[in-house]
Each structure stands twice: as C-alpha cells, then as structure tokens.
Ligand binder design. Structure first.
Ligand SMILES: NC(=O)c1ccc[n+]([C@@H]2O[C@H](COP(=O)([O-])OP(=O)(O)OC[C@H]3O[C@@H](n4cnc5c(N)ncnc54)[C@H](OP(=O)(O)O)[C@@H]3O)[C@@H](O)[C@H]2O)c1
Length: 318
C-alpha cells in the first residue's frame, strides 16, 4: 500500500501497548489503493475483541498492514459511490481504508451502514469455522460458547437460518435471555451450571474459551462431532482424553482469519454472498448492535467491550 502526500484523514493510533487511554485520534495520510484494491470512505467500523489484543500489544498487524486498528468497515467506494461492507486486516478505525477487491460485499438491502459494519468479521468467522470447517448440517446441533458476543449472536442466527439447533453458554441470565430471543433453542448460564453436566449430543462446538472447556466440549460431542477453536480466552493449553477422540471419531480443528491470504478470504466472501447474504436480506440474520460511539470516543468503545456487559456488537462512526 502506498500513501499519497496531499490528503489527510483522522484515524486511531495506539501510542504504546496499554489500556484504552493509549488510543488517540490523529492525522494520517489517506491510503492510496493498489490496482487490486479500492479506497472506501468509511461510514461505520466494527469493534472486535482482537482489536483489544492489538491495543495490548498481543496481536500485531500482519506484515505490510497498517497499524491503525479495525478489521471491518462499511461505507462507499471512492469514485463509484458503491455502498459496501468489507473485511480488512487493519485500518478500520479511520475515515478511509483500502480494501482488497475480493474482500468487500454490497451492503445487504435494507441494512444501514452501522448494521453492515457489524457483519464482516463475525460473518466471515462463523462461515469459515461453523460452516466450512465444522460442516454444520441442517438438523444438527451447534454449541456456541460466548453466545452473546459479536461472534456468538451471529453464529446463533446463521445456524438457525441453516436449519440447525443451537445451544449457547453465556455469563448471565440476561445474556442467556438475549440469546434465546435471537433464536437459540437452549441457553446455559455457565456461572450457575456446568454445561458439560447438562448437555450431550452436540454435533459441532464453536469454542472461543479453550483451556478446561476443551475436555468438556469433547465430552458433550456425539460420534463424528467437530470441535472448532477460534480463540483461547480461558487458556491456550488443554488436557484431553485421546481415547474419546478415537472412540467418537471426533475432528478437532480451528482457524484464524486476519493472516490468511486474500485469495482465501475472497473464496469465503463468495460462499457468504451466495448463502448468507440471502439470509440477511430476508431478515433471518440481523446484526445485533449493542452501542455506537463516535470515532473520537474509541477509548470509551474499548472500555465498553472490555467491561463485557455488551450483547452483540459495538460500532464506531467516523
Ligand atoms: N479465529 C478467528 O477467526 C476469530 C475471528 C474473530 C474473533 N475471534 C475471537 O472470538 C472471540 C469473540 O470475539 P468477539 O469480537 O465476538 O468478542 P466479544 O463480543 O467481546 O465476546 C467475548 C465473549 O466471550 C465471553 N467469554 C467467555 N469466557 C470468557 C473469558 N474467559 N474472558 C472473556 N470473555 C469470555 C464473554 O461473555 P460471557 O463470559 O459473559 O458469556 C463475551 O460474550 C474473541 O476471543 C476473538 O478473539 C476469533
């Protein structure tokens, strides 16, 4: 990505690793798109948990990617005015960002830019992990940990639209109720119940906790079940019984998104456009927006996500 000297824009800058107070808004050069990219004027940008890790210095941008945080945006392509939302590897907390041509999709009919900005990171992650890697089939049962998260609220709706049964875990009765309202068939408050004691017969687990959840997930999976890891908020190490994997013929898999080549993200975008966009346009999947903040209150947005009371997504407006 090259920069042009004339035009400036406002964007977020992480001064050094630390708390929300280390993010400031400052002037940057507006990026110039390469021939295989477009420049998007950003109307809204999603805030995701990986952004908190980047701020803490634990999730640096891939080589060659701007260190402006922000993994998803919605806005209009400069020059054509086309309204799009896009998955990006960085640069979303800004007025403009460059986007590889394979990584944007039209804003679904009927959605605002704020709603559209809340889609890419969660939809790509759920599509990639639950549908491609986890191969969830209609009629099967999906267990989603962190059901009220940005990822979780999307996973519930996409799996239901696909004709699957969805069970979630979440950390409060209020969060459990919100998940049921979004279509989950069952919600377990993990603070008052051990999910592994009350659940069984799960076909696919979408796990963002790791640690001691992995062994419990393996217990509740049925024969031929798939265990998909997308994060390890509860620890990166797990002790598991290898015999259970053999006896139940389980598949343990997982993936990350940000570091994957553009060609792989483009392939995911095509599948999403064919299958998920119709669900969104017919109202079966709707982004759950918790709160919006102006870009210059990005520190407050991070505080809110860190606090963890949110249900659904937090979105910044430049
Ligand atoms: N691999 C990938 O491709 C990929 C892509 C995007 C995001 N992710 C990961 O997916 C996870 C969800 O992302 P998000 O943006 O949707 O985050 P988010 O909205 O902040 O959600 C995190 C959720 O996890 C729950 N949780 C369970 N155990 C937790 C723990 N030990 N510490 C903190 N929270 C815990 C929280 O609520 P309760 O505990 O109250 O239920 C909360 O709902 C993050 O870990 C993120 O890094 C992975």
């Amino acid at each position: 990505m090259t920069l042009q000297t004339q035009q400036m824009m406002k964007a977020a800058h992480i001064r050094y690793p630390g708390g929300p107070e280390v993010i400031e808004i400052k002037e940057f050069y507006t990026p110039t798109p390469d021939p295989d990219e477009v420049l998007v004027r950003i109307h809204a940008a999603g805030v995701n948990r990986p952004d908190l890790l980047q701020r803490l210095g634990k999730y640096p941008p891939p080589p060659g990617v701007t260190d402006i945080p922000g993994l998803e945006i919605a806005g209009e392509i400069v020059g054509t005015g086309e309204k799009v939302c896009a998955l990006i590897s960085g640069g979303g907390y800004a007025e403009y960002a460059v986007v590889p041509k394979g990584q944007y999709l039209p804003i679904p009919h009927g959605l605002t830019a704020i709603e559209a900005a809340a889609l890419p990171e969660a939809v790509f992650t759920v599509w990639n992990n639950v549908f491609v890697r986890g191969a969830l089939k209609p009629g099967e049962t999906l267990l989603v940990h962190g059901g009220s998260s940005g990822i979780g609220t999307t996973a519930i709706q996409m799996a239901k639209a696909h004709g699957a049964k969805v069970i979630v875990t979440a950390g409060s009765d209020e969060k459990c109720a919100a998940c049921l309202k979004l279509g989950a068939n069952q919600a377990v408050n993990y603070k008052t119940q051990d999910f592994s004691k009350v659940l069984s017969g799960i076909d696919v687990v979408l796990d963002m906790v790791g640690g001691n959840y992995v062994g419990k997930n393996i217990e509740v999976l049925r024969d031929g079940g798939r265990h998909v890891s997308i994060a390890s908020m509860g620890g990166t190490k797990a002790e598991i019984d290898i015999r259970t994997i053999m006896q139940k013929r389980l598949v343990l898999t997982g993936s990350t998104l940000r570091n994957r080549p553009v060609a792989e993200k483009t392939a995911l975008a095509q599948g999403i456009r064919e299958t998920v966009w119709p669900w969104i346009e017919t109202g079966k999947v709707k982004p759950a927006i918790f709160k919006t903040f102006p870009l210059d209150q990005v520190a407050k947005a991070h505080e809110a996500l860190e606090k963890g009371d949110h249900i659904g997504k937090i979105v910044l407006i430049p």
